[in-house]
Design a protein around this ligand. Sequence first.
Ligand code: COA
Length: 395
Amino acid sequence: MMTDDSNPTLPSLRTLPLPKRRDEVARLAGLAREEIERALATGGLDCDTADAMVENALGTLALPFGVAPGVRVNGVDYLVPMAIEEPSVVAAASHASKRVRSAGGFKATVDPSMMVAQIEVHDVADPAGALLRIEEAQTELVRRANEAVQGLVARGGGAKRVSTRDLGDGMIVTHVHVDCRDAMGANLLNTVAEALGARVAELAGGTLGLRILSNYCDERITRVTASLPVDALGDSRTKGIDAARGIARASLFAERDPYRAVTHNKGIMNGVDAVVLATGNDWRAVEAGAHAHASRSGAYRPLATWRLSDDERSLEGQIEIPLALGVVGGALRAHPGARLALALLRVTSAAELAAVAAATGLATNLAALRALSTEGIQRGHMALHHRATAAKLPR
Ligand code: COA
């Protein structure tokens, strides 16, 4: 994190050779260069730790770990760590963030960290009566849930309420809504589901089935907006108004066509996943939830949209995405590379991390749409792709 006052101009990291880039990033993040070197040695993870993390480990698989500087969210500039194999994504995030920063930066709001634990019960003879009995036992169920996660309750989180649905043919599901604060929440939610399962089945008068969290966290939504004067989108090759019109038209294309919406959302997830991966979070959970959210109307839609203002002076973008991210627990405890990523970001909560990840996704979306709707994707992308293949990489 860098504050506006301490860093009015952004460093151009790309012009520096890698060792000097580490020096510069260490200086900006207030870390010793050795901390960066130590954390990223052997790809951020040593073999013994990998062996303890997964089964049948043979070693580790490294990815490039880059940094997009100056991603300004709610007035704070972040050094955003990105783990990704694809050329031009870190450049795209930096490029668009620089333009958005010149217009004041991204604005983010993040819901509380509410997740859902699901308890499924089948062979229920009287589903309507079962739902009623479970809802009437709400206070008892919330109390039992909180007894199972006392540490979370001590940190201000815990189960808040219970809801139920009839799924038909004698199958019902109970949702326990849990605020998991700064954790991603999977283990906490599974603990709650298992602690309550038998009692819920007893109340329902049916057979206990699955007890597990839902990865669709639709009460844990992150929203980010960006507003840019059209001039901020121009360059020597393209007028700002032409770029802005092109981006707004590209948004409409994605809103009308699922084939395009998938690729549009892939460009968003380029940024989101790179941050999620660098910070040791569960990107499969984020992916599954994001695409469920994109489909919530019954058709697959873009997660981010762009509009020109009526007077055509500014371009307004917004993204809405469910993000279950943690800054405690999970792989973070074990993974030095992920801990470095959080140290570079200097985020203090899961909500702050979600705001930065979503803003980075909106940035990669903006950069891709701007390139696509003006000169085409190939010049910027392929220049960096060729740079990779022209380097010492085997063919
Ligand atoms: N490395 C890091 N940052 C880079 C960069 C590079 N090689 N090239 C551009 N940038 C970023 C920097 O923030 C730069 O500011 P700086 O000079 O102060 O560091 C800013 O972009 C503007 O640089 P510029 O040289 O004017 O960029 P450009 O207009 O030639 O744009 C791309 C190059 C690649 C950023 C742009 O074409 C783009 O965003 N393309 C879309 C890429 C994409 O979506 N890829 C994923 C799917 S294919």
